[in-house]
Design a binder for this molecule. Structure first.
Ligand code: WTA
Length: 649
């Protein structure tokens, strides 16, 4: 592990809102008296009716999490209306298209108009407070309008990443019984089109077999491709919005009214609907956005995520807009038309704060320094990283070559479930160590425990738990509170268990080591190995499958599949291709297996449990340390697995 320490840069400290002294003081207050601390900071958003209760949370028993519960507010009002007087003509969203010649600027006044119109269209088509609206869209401004229009009328959005298949989309539509869908004719990424409307049509058909009928589909024209049209169900977005009124009063929302559902992968079963609510979420997203990135009025801020993931929710839309920022929304990919795209966009729009994922950093590092060096990048001031552990080599390259040694890197650890960043450096306060997410944000109390739940003190490695609530925390699994309790609060009683392993060093810095459960992290995208397994066994020739992650130079982790075929089937490259195509169509391209090993048998205990530890080791080509295999029902299968491994060094 790199021992290098990068001291706080004097310039960063000088301009920062929080220096080390203030961090330590605020942090102490925030854990000593959360009521008082959050009672004060809750006021950073506007409330129609102020709260009198701040915190009412319990990680025990039925687990109940409520923040600011008697306050009344509206998220869209906070992200738009309250800024109009001061910054109506300021750019709210810079949109950079897939094609470098395609861009657009949307002011807060324009955002207000667009969101109100869309909100009225949704109301006219029967969407009411509490209804679930599915959004399946490319990275275009209409995606932001759709989120904010839902928030404005109190509808609950569920965004499904545009890279997911019709089957995956259908599952999420049925999961939250959503009968209103917003999509586009096609998406455009890296010069390639994605048939969103056609996928949506298929998904609607599948969902209807699952008992949920989508009543209306609002379709944005993005590429003007010809699409099938169902007169009864489909509505052209632009026609409807043009005819709607540009005023729509924001709904009065209680702090604990739902804001959105976002499906995410876990270690078992199908993805679960993480539910976030209104008041606490917005307070936390906006506060972390301001302090973690040391955001100042007038800064140009760019987070490269997709709105289909939580990072896009909290740090492209809600956090920045609540702070009145100019947020950049990018439709494309890092290497199109060339690997200098990110840096060209930074120069073109004078980006000050840049937030991306280690997988992109590694890929661009691999493309060579010339792509970076020809850009000026002089506007950059703060760099961020999110989604997976960043290896020290990538960190150093980001710091030296992209940041030119003058921009601190904030390595932000958090999860879909946490709503916002929990462990992170602050640019003007925290000395940096490459690869460490460093210290907890205000109000966050991490704890490391061993497998038996014993609390570990000092410099040590263990399982990462959080022992007290913070306002951005998820409130439940949509429609299944029991699963919420089981998944997060039953492993270690009374604590929120993150599923991550973590080391704490002698300075109290946290180093996330990765998932300790059956979740893998592929290019910063969370994937449940159980989901890939269930897609594989749904194929007629597959009898059994086990999926594990293995280290991958660019993606962080790759997907390694062990597949046992039905009696009489032959495993060859043609079948490998067929299985890859099958998983892609079942879940989406992000779940494409990287390696498939055909195995006559899988290592199992005598009670029939697959020994994943062994499969992981073989996938890592580390079979020298397989550990004890004597408890296996048939130890001989291991020899075959090693012999035919697909990852030979
Ligand atoms: C991992 C993304 C190390 C972690 C915001 C977590 C990280 C999972 C970091 C959540 C980081 C996220 N360092 N690991 N800075 N950020 N992770 O829900 O394993 O898509 O549990 O949320 O990503 O992924 P999710």
């Amino acid at each position: 592990m790199s021992g290098e320490v990068y001291r706080v840069l004097p310039a960063a400290k000088k301009r920062a809102k929080i220096d080390d002294e203030k961090y330590l003081k605020w942090y102490k207050q925030s854990v000593k008296d959360p009521e008082k601390f959050w009672g004060k900071h809750g006021k950073r958003i506007d409330w129609f009716k102020p709260y009198t209760k701040v915190k009412n949370t319990s990680f025990e028993g039925d687990v109940s999490i409520k923040w600011f519960e008697d306050g009344v507010t509206n998220v869209a009002y906070n992200c738009i209306d309250r800024h109009l007087k001061k910054r109506g003509d300021q750019v709210a969203i810079i949109w950079e298209g897939d094609n470098p010649y395609d861009d657009k600027k949307i002011t807060y006044n324009e955002l207000y108009d667009q969101v109100c119109r869309l909100a009225n269209v949704m109301k006219k088509n029967g969407v009411k407070k509490g209804d679930r609206v599915t959004i399946y869209m490319p990275m275009i401004p209409e995606a932001a309008y759709a989120m904010l229009a839902c928030a404005r009328i109190g509808a609950v959005h569920s965004i499904v990443f545009g890279g997911f298949s019709p089957e995956a989309l259908a599952g999420r539509i049925v999961g939250c019984e959503s009968t209103f869908l917003i999509t586009a004719d096609e998406g455009l990424r890296g010069g390639k089109t994605i048939p969103l409307k056609a996928n949506a049509d298929k998904a609607i058909e599948i969902a209807s077999k699952g008992g949920v009928d989508v009543k209306s589909t609002l379709v944005v024209r993005r590429t003007a491709a010809k699409v099938d049209w169902n007169e009864e169900r489909d509505i052209w977005y632009h026609d409807a919005v043009a005819a709607a009124r540009g005023e729509c009063a924001p709904a009065k929302m209680k702090a604990e009214d739902p804001l959105f559902i976002l499906y995410t992968s876990g270690s078992t079963g199908q993805p679960k609907g993480v539910l976030h609510t209104t008041g606490g979420y917005l307070v936390y997203a906006s506060m972390t956005h301001e302090y973690v990135f040391d955001y100042h009025d007038g800064d140009i801020y760019w987070c490269t995520a997709d709105v289909g993931w939580v990072t896009g929710h909290s740090y492209i839309i809600y956090g920045p807009l609540a702070n009145g920022a100019t947020t950049l929304m990018f439709e494309g990919v890092p290497n199109y038309p060339s690997p200098s795209r990110f840096w060209d966009v930074c120069d073109k729009h004078n980006v000050n704060i840049f937030y991306t994922a280690p997988t992109a950093i590694r890929a661009l590092m691999g493309a060579g320094d010339d792509h970076v060096k020809k850009a000026s990048l002089k506007s950059l001031r703060t760099l961020g990283s999110v989604g997976e552990p960043i290896n020290p080599e990538a960190w150093e390259w980001y710091y030296n070559t992209v940041g030119n040694k003058k921009s601190p890197i904030v390595d932000t650890w958090w999860q879909t479930e946490t709503g916002g960043i929990l462990i992170t450096p602050l640019p003007g306060a925290t000395d940096l160590k490459p690869g460490s997410a460093t210290r907890p944000f205000f109000g966050v109390q991490p704890q490391l425990v061993d497998n038996e739940g014993e609390v570990l003190e000092g410099a040590v490695e263990g399982n990462l738990c959080i022992v007290n609530s913070w306002p951005g925390q998820m409130r439940t699994v949509y429609g299944d509170h029991e699963r919420f309790i089981q998944t997060y609060f039953s492993t270690y009683k009374g604590k929120y268990f993150t599923g991550d392993g973590c080391r704490r060093d002698e300075d109290g810095y946290y180093w996330i080591t990765g998932r300790v459960d059956d979740v893998i992290n592929v290019s910063g995208h969370r994937m449940g190995t159980a989901e890939v397994e269930s897609a594989l066994v749904a194929h007629g020739k597959v009898s059994e499958a086990a999926v594990v992650g293995y280290p991958h130079d660019v993606k962080g982790q790759g997907i390694y599949c062990y597949v046992t075929l039905m009696e009489g089937e032959e495993g060859d490259d043609a079948l490998r291709k067929e299985l890859v195509a099958h998983v892609r169509s079942d879940i989406g391209p992000i779940a494409s297996p990287d390696k498939i090993q055909f195995a006559p048998g899988l290592p199992k205990t005598r009670s029939g449990k697959i020994m994943r530890r062994i499969l992981r080791k073989i996938a890592e080509d580390d079979f020298g340390s397989l550990g004890d295999t004597s408890t296996l029902a048939d130890p001989a299968v291991v020899d075959d697995l090693i012999e035919n491994r697909q990852n030979k060094k």
